[in-house]
Design a protein around this ligand. Sequence first.
Ligand SMILES: [Zn+2]
Ligand SMILES: [Zn+2]
Ligand SMILES: [Zn+2]
Length: 343
Amino acid sequence: MRLSTPHAATPRAWTVELQPRPGGPALACPQCTPLPHPVPAGAARAVALAHLARHARASVLPAYLRTCQCHARGCRWHARHRGCAGAVLLVLTRDHGGRRWRLADVCAACAAATERAAVVPDTLPAASSLPLAKSPVHSGPSRRQEQAHVRVREMLTYLGAALPRFCSPTARLLAVQCALRANHRGQVHLPGGLLRGMRLAGHAVPWQELTHADWLSCPSPASRTALGGVTAQLLDAAVLAQVHGRAARARAAHWALYSAHLSPAHDAPPALRLAALALASHTTAGSGSAEPAHLTRMCGLSSSHLDDLLDRLLRLRLLKTWGYDVDSDELCWQLPAAATHFA
Ligand SMILES: [Zn+2]
Ligand SMILES: [Zn+2]
Ligand SMILES: [Zn+2]
């Protein structure tokens, strides 16, 4: 089907900058505010992301009309590459010491070549790259499993860029669950049983870390329910902009906790669980590979720390082998024979 109306002229790229001012930071958006307007101290990041998400929501385009905005600007956002390719994705990029944020439609090749860029998780990533597959209703269990693991990978990648470096592995594991389980207003309730299963019941610190990062607000102690559950409000508007497909996201949240074959015991150190989840989300049919820098960003770890964790997974027999491929510069691994597809 072809439409004759030239909707594609809508430029889906927005940039906001947080400018330091004597009275506190101000948000500048060249597309809608002639003058920077002040934002509450401590909430600057959240306000910036919310502003970008509003622009994205206000100019929704069907997938077949979205074009690479990087290409439209001469590909100046990254080092040279072979040209645009792949699906057009919504990509968040942080620049200038974390003060400038850009949200734009960018092709997969440009997104991969751009530093500090993260794909904003889409609700149906596998379906969106296949515009003809209109009905996800017919997807079988293994297809749904695959979508769950793609969704977890995209969420980890996004959080690797959206959360500050100081966030601990525990806070990151919690953020994955919150982002995937939130309702359409960004409210999330994690029941006490779930938190106990994650060995997080009664732990206030990871919630405080995410609050301090302006990623969620968690009014305590009123947010704690009688059975030890926690209710919170997500402030990350880029995640909120993508909150359809709740059942599929809930499956992904469940997969992240229980179904990944490459999964240490729930009382294992959080850094080990996070590294295992990052690997699992890149594993298909018993083996996987990824850029080392991509994995360390996802986990908020140094590369030597990641190497240690991979050795631990080897000793726990959750990995059969791991190593660096000299040709591709990628980190590669294999699972033991017992752990099969979509581990
Ligand atoms: Zn604006
Ligand atoms: Zn480009
Ligand atoms: Zn491109």
